[in-house]
Ligand binder design. Structure first.
Ligand SMILES: Nc1ncnc2c1ncn2[C@@H]1O[C@H](COP(=O)(O)OP(=O)(O)O)[C@@H](O)[C@H]1O
Ligand SMILES: [Mg+2]
Length: 251
């Protein structure tokens, strides 16, 4: 495998950040250079990867101003951003580069404010230049424009046993297809051996590529309670299997 670019999405609380952190860890342990970007407005990825004080890129007002704005209120579509990840990422103890996009005061769908132009440019640059790239996204994937989406190998949607997360999955599928992502894989998380969970698995298997099933793991609750990265305490086996499947999908 030379490179893999993943965007992780799903309903709030299903386990996106947990999956993003564990996959980042597994790839890093195998010797890959990993960049993990928190694209969620509730910023959780740095602590899940054991770092703090990562500057949200959206707060770089002066840099954004200098690089995006041109005279007469025109924005540069391709601002210079090739130094941004190096300068504003934090490296964790396994060498994973952690980046936080941060939030923008939004002017609605397809916002063309300078912040959004800047963040998209950073994502585009990361997608075409980093080795292993893991994007921890919300259910809305509007950070990905068409240009960026082209570079995403697989959209990984996380669901939990519950129809609401399936509803969200269907919406994510539509959004992804609209911007040109055609490979979608689904992870069923928080699995408890019972009928409703099996129903969810059947639905996923019927309509999607099932990447793997992660059991409900009390160690993950504990890790979050104690602010410990999930990979330090949980059973990594199911995550390793998912990683293997993802790698096969891009080959
Ligand atoms: N397999 C699991 N078993 C038990 N708890 C889990 C599991 N996966 C995630 N969690 C817990 O669920 C909560 C939400 O997970 P998180 O990864 O932050 O979700 P998201 O990023 O989708 O909002 C956290 O407290 C996390 O520890
Ligand atoms: Mg999260």
């Amino acid at each position: 495998m030379s490179s893999i670019k993943l965007a992780i999405s799903g309903k709030g609380g299903v386990g996106k950040t947990t999956l993003a952190a564990n996959l980042s860890y597994i790839f890093a342990k195998e010797g890959y250079s990993v960049t993990a970007i928190d694209c969620d407005s509730s910023i959780n990825l740095p602590s899940a990867l054991g770092v703090n004080n990562v500057t949200p890129l959206s707060s770089l007002r002066k840099i954004i101003e200098e690089r995006v704005k041109m005279p007469f209120g025109v924005f540069r579509y391709n601002p210079k951003v090739d130094d941004i990840i190096e300068r504003y990422s934090a490296k964790n103890e396994f060498g994973i580069k952690v980046v936080v996009l941060g939030t923008i005061e939004k002017g609605g769908e397809g916002c063309f404010c300078p912040e959004s132009a800047f963040l998209r440019a950073v994502l585009r640059h990361a997608i075409f230049n980093e080795d292993v790239l893991i994007l921890d996204m919300e259910a809305g994937i509007e950070h990905l424009g068409r240009g960026t989406a082209k570079g995403v190998d697989i959209l990984v949607a996380v669901v939990e046993p519950g129809m609401r997360s399936i509803e969200t999955l269907r919406r994510i599928e539509k959004l992804s297809r609209d911007i040109g992502i055609d490979k979608i894989g689904v992870v069923v998380n928080k699995y408890i051996n019972n009928e409703s969970a099996d129903k969810i698995i059947k639905i996923v298997e019927k309509d999607y590529e099932l990447l793997g099933i992660i059991p409900y793991d009390l160690k993950l609750i504990e890790a979050d309670m104690n602010e410990i990265p999930p990979y330090k305490v949980c059973n990594l086996k199911p995550f390793e299997k998912i990683k293997d499947k993802l790698v096969k999908m891009v080959e």
